[in-house]
Design a protein around this ligand. Structure first.
Ligand code: ZN
Length: 309
């Protein structure tokens, strides 16, 4: 076999090894996470906005790192979701807001299975504040990118319910088809977040607000999926379980998008606003430290040249 063909074979094997396990995991599609982070940077004013704009490629590309960390760290996955309806009834007012109390109430085993996203968000939010305070700007780029990932994940309605892949209602495979295939095909070029940044009063409570918003939508997504899969043959329904299958020979995604595309658009656009609000509040809480780079550089024009202050 030629060196080139060997390299190709290794590349295919490498990609297959990476793609299959990721396909089994839960999260917005990679491209969606990248878009959310890129759009969130545009919302930031002042020195933090300048600094993050200069690092926007990094912050966007590393938005997917927490999904990759799952490969090696068994404690990573359960920070990406919370099956709220296993912990309590909507609107989830009785679920403890303290992680210690949560573990005390349900036991560590259940908590690891049912997810702890709000406290992962809290952890990264505080880490970001500390890094801003200490002037550790490079580390802050990665922390901000990862924090954004966790915040974005709970905007996805199927990240906050036990029936996360429609597996309890005959909607198997809806998770990946909805968040990746449908979003990538119909929505990624059409994300137009609007609104103004807000102050995050308390990260865990804010996460519960997100989950309360997300939860009711999961019923609509399941309904849309049921309608979209109704006329598919048994063999084609099986294929829905593989999130990489674009189902191009069916009108599944067309119906799914018609019936629930507005939900995905709203959730992604809200995620952008929330991510930017968390980042900006963290910077304010850190005492608005001046990033070194932006203390000398100013805005760039469309050709990338500095604009005089
Ligand atoms: Zn995730």
């Amino acid at each position: 076999m030629s060196g080139y063909r060997t390299r190709c074979l290794y590349l295919i094997l490498f990609c297959t090894c990476i793609l299959i396990p990721i396909g089994l995991l839960k999260g917005w599609g990679f491209e969606t996470h990248k878009v959310i982070n890129r759009e969130a940077v545009k919302f930031l004013p002042g020195p933090l906005g300048n600094y993050f704009s200069q690092n926007v490629d990094y912050i966007s590309e590393h938005s997917i790192d927490p999904d990759l960390w799952k490969e090696k760290d068994p404690d990573e996955g359960y920070g990406h979701y919370m099956d709220c309806d296993l912990y309590g009834d909507y609107p989830f007012l009785d679920i403890p807001r303290s992680l210690d109390l949560l573990i005390e109430s349900y036991g560590a085993g259940k908590v690891k299975k049912w997810g702890i996203a709000p406290w992962r968000i809290e952890e990264y939010y505080h880490r970001l504040i500390e890094q801003f305070k200490a002037g550790h700007w490079e580390e802050a780029n990665l922390t901000a990118a990862a924090l954004a990932h966790y915040i974005s994940d709970i905007h996805m309605p199927l990240h906050v319910v036990a029936n996360y892949d429609g597996q309890l209602t005959g909607n198997d495979g809806v998770h990946g088809q909805w968040e990746t295939q449908m979003v990538d095909r119909y929505l990624l070029d059409n994300i137009q977040p609007k609104g103004i940044l807000f102050t995050v009063i308390e990260p865990v409570e804010e996460s519960f607000t997100v989950m309360k918003e997300s939860y009711p939508y999961h019923f609509d997504i399941l309904r849309a999926d049921s309608l979209a899969r109704k006329n598919l043959s048994g063999e084609k329904r099986e294929r829905l379980k593989d999130w990489r299958d674009p189902m191009a020979d069916t009108n599944y995604h067309e119906i799914l998008f018609r019936e629930s595309g507005d939900i995905a658009k709203e959730r992604i656009e809200m995620a952008v606003l929330r991510v930017a609000s968390f980042w900006y509040t963290a910077w304010i809480k850190a005492g608005k430290p001046m990033p070194e780079e932006t203390s000398v550089k100013t805005e760039l024009d469309e050709k990338g040249y500095m604009v005089s202050p």
